[in-house]
Unconditional design. Structure first.
Length: 327
């Protein structure tokens, strides 16, 4: 598959993922800022999908098995970071190609969706600030700490669960979310410098004060929280019983930052979109990398064949450096 085709498919998937992420973010913002309580009548059991848990958990992996899993994960991360960099750096070469992302209507739909979500948040900047600025430093900091600890712990537990159950998908989503959080944080530094928006507590200005050597847009604290939360939500296929709690916990950081008068609502929503869509991008790219085993890799990684039988991919050997070890 050519890089131009990969770019077009990224845009198609983003248009759908964007609508999901935007709805979740706005619903959680409205629910938390309103402070209303929902009274549930009757039992929740009929609302929760049945989960086919096995009767008993398997025995913990042995030390050699654990070491092999960690080693595979290291190779997975190194290879995908390399291939991600290659895909991103070479993507401008395909702007004028027939399959360019700029020739896809879904690209403009995605851009319009991002603009609409952020524009709605921008319109509510002053309203939300008037309700949250009196929160108090102690309460605001508590919200931030809850968010940091819970979202980070959820990502770590997802990886640990993947080790215990030999679930490579859980481990890879946790690693992908971590990679996304790191890269989105670096990208955030450039965005802050480019837009220079002043923080709410600076000089009593309006929320329109951009390009004034500030560092408010977008929130550097919220960005990695949503990048990590997206990885956890994706493991559960973005079901409401997983996505709503984990995104709510990530958004607590944003409410804490606004409570400290350090960010506008549009800073927080912009950071949420940046973090979430960064993880979605890397999830997509990593799946494509598995479907392209012939691409050169630093540490060639061949995913285990499916249990249903051989596939045509099994006869394709990846190229690159090989590292072997024994316990």
């Amino acid at each position: 598959m050519s890089a131009s085709n990969r770019t077009t498919e990224v845009t198609a998937q983003f248009a759908w993922n964007l609508s999901q992420r935007a709805c979740i973010i706005l619903l959680v913002v409205i629910g938390l800022s309103g402070g209303s309580r929902m009274a549930w009548a009757g039992s929740l059991d009929p609302m929760i999908p049945s989960l086919n848990f096995s009767p008993a958990f398997p025995s913990p992996p042995s030390f050699p098995e654990l070491g092999n899993e960690v080693g595979n994960d290291f190779g997975y991360l190194i290879d995908n970071v390399q291939l991600d960099a290659e895909d991103i750096v070479t993507s401008p070469l395909y702007i004028a190609s027939p399959n360019s992302v700029f020739k896809s209507p879904k690209f403009y739909l995605a851009v319009a969706g991002v603009g609409a979500v952020w524009g709605g948040a921008f319109a509510l900047d002053q309203t939300v600030r008037s309700h949250l600025r009196s929160m108090g430093h102690g309460n605001a900091t508590t919200l931030q700490n809850i968010s940091y600890d819970s979202v980070s712990a959820a990502t770590g537990l997802l990886y640990a669960y993947g080790l215990y159950r030999n679930d490579s998908r859980a481990r890879q989503l946790a690693l992908t979310a971590g990679e996304s959080a790191g890269l989105a944080t670096l990208l955030n530094i450039g965005i802050k410098a480019a837009f220079g928006r002043l923080r709410p507590r600076q000089d009593g200005h309006s929320h329109t004060q951009f390009f004034d050597h500030g560092a408010s847009f977008v929130s550097g604290d919220v960005t990695p929280m949503f990048a990590l939360a997206t990885g956890v939500s994706e493991y559960f296929d973005n079901k409401w019983y997983a996505s709503v709690p984990i995104y709510s916990l990530a958004l607590l950081d944003g409410f804490g930052r606004m409570g400290n008068d350090a960010h506008w609502l549009s800073d927080v929503v912009g950071a949420a979109l940046l973090g979430s869509l960064s993880t979605e991008l890397f999830i997509y790219l990593h799946r494509k990398h598995e479907a392209e085993p012939s691409r050169w890799r630093i540490l060639p990684y061949t995913p285990p064949p499916p249990a249903t039988g051989p596939t045509t991919m099994q006869n394709v050997m990846p190229t690159g450096l090989e590292v072997a070890y024994s316990w």
